[in-house]
Design a protein around this ligand. Structure first.
Ligand SMILES: NC(=O)c1ccc[n+]([C@@H]2O[C@H](COP(=O)([O-])OP(=O)(O)OC[C@H]3O[C@@H](n4cnc5c(N)ncnc54)[C@H](OP(=O)(O)O)[C@@H]3O)[C@@H](O)[C@H]2O)c1
Length: 266
């Protein structure tokens, strides 16, 4: 009897959490297809995990459709799609450039939507299958100095939660993952790491990848990693006005000046 090797498509797999997930899933016998924009970095990760690679900009619907068609030709059944690709906003609603704000929404939120739609035939073919959306604790609470990022994660979280009901009859489950701080290229967490009293709150990509795989294996619906950070979403959900007021009081960004260049990338 031949048993088909399980196939996982991971977006944003050229570094950080996506790359660590690729290694962890490969160790557990998954065949991974890695998507991102930087081909050399994808090749490096694929070399460590024996995966296939495809360059893809998830914010471009055409690119996603083209790549998904190529992947589905090779793998008509996709057991797992991980919507992980994401970028920081490098600023607030006033300081980030308009282009960056569009890019953040296009990548973090719409990228997940386009990938889900494009890979759905493969997920249905492999049913029972799974979509994992890597959202964020920032999608559950108030983050003034990274407002555009937080808004994109709120949108991605709403997408992920709504999706579960819609995909259920198709035999596709959904796992929403809300990580707290993880030290990666895009999100170095320098401010937290510099403060000795806060350093312990920052996880490594390998640690978070292990926890995500455990949540997949246990059939979880939504997880916050680390667990204690659920307090952010719970307190904001119960007392949004109080949390908003408290955060605004402590936010040094209130007197921020809008740069002349409209907040080009910093
Ligand atoms: N690190 C944290 O503290 C933290 C906390 C909560 C949630 N998250 C989320 O975790 C996910 C992974 O982030 P990370 O921390 O691992 O950061 P990272 O190391 O910077 O990885 C981001 C990945 O996304 C890819 N990517 C960015 N834009 C893309 C695009 N348009 N198309 C395709 N791929 C794209 C990058 O590859 P290329 O540049 O090669 O395209 C890279 O592989 C993100 O969704 C992030 O929001 C992170």
């Amino acid at each position: 009897m031949s048993t088909r090797q399980r196939v996982a498509v991971i977006t944003g797999a050229s570094s950080g959490i996506g790359a660590a997930l690729a290694r962890t899933l490969a160790e557990r016998g998954w065949h991974c297809v890695l998507l991102a924009r930087r081909v050399e970095r994808l090749e490096q990760v694929a070399g460590e995990s024996g995966a296939e690679i495809e360059t893809c900009d998830v914010s471009s619907r055409e690119d996603v459709d083209r790549v998904a068609a190529r992947v589905l030709e090779r793998h008509p059944a996709i057991d797992l799609l991980v919507n992980n690709a994401g970028i920081p906003s490098h600023g607030s609603f006033l300081t980030a450039s308009p282009e960056r704000i569009e890019q953040v929404i296009g990548t973090n939120y719409l990228g997940s939507v386009w990938c889900l739609r494009a890979f759905l035939p493969g997920l249905e073919q492999a049913s029972p299958s799974l979509v994992v959306n890597i959202a964020s604790v920032a999608g559950t609470t108030v983050v003034p100095d990274a407002g555009p990022y937080s808004a994109s994660k709120h949108a991605q979280l709403a997408f992920s939660r709504a999706l579960r009901a819609e995909l259920r009859p198709r035999g596709v489950s959904v796992l929403t993952v809300n990580p707290g701080p993880v030290a990666t290229e895009g999100f170095p967490q320098t401010r937290l790491i510099r403060r000795r009293s806060m350093r312990w709150t920052v996880l490594t990509p390998d640690r978070i990848a292990e926890k995500i795989v455990r949540a997949i294996e246990r059939g979880r619906t939504e997880v916050v990693i680390p667990r204690w950070m659920r307090i952010a979403g719970i307190s904001t959900g119960l007392f949004p006005a109080t949390v908003t007021r408290m955060v605004a009081r402590g936010d040094p960004g209130r007197d921020v000046e809008i740069p002349e260049d409209g907040g080009a990338e910093r």
